[in-house]
Ligand binder design. Sequence first.
Ligand code: ZN
Length: 75
Amino acid sequence: MAKLLLLILVGVIAYKWWRSKQVDARTDEPSRPVENMVRCKQCGVYLPQSDACGGGAAWFCSAEHEREFHAKNKN
Ligand SMILES: [Zn+2]
């Protein structure tokens, strides 16, 4: 019985050690902020906000699509 308890204890310690290792591995990564993904209103493609054109509620994958979208909505 004592052997079983010891096994469980070792298992718990190993699990906690593994979990802390997982956290360390994540924090070791270069801290890159999670980029906000936006969707092109014209073609529906997803892209990082920094690569997108437009702003506010309307984002576009390219200036061309921004122009196309506004041209389409004007008519
Ligand atoms: Zn597009």
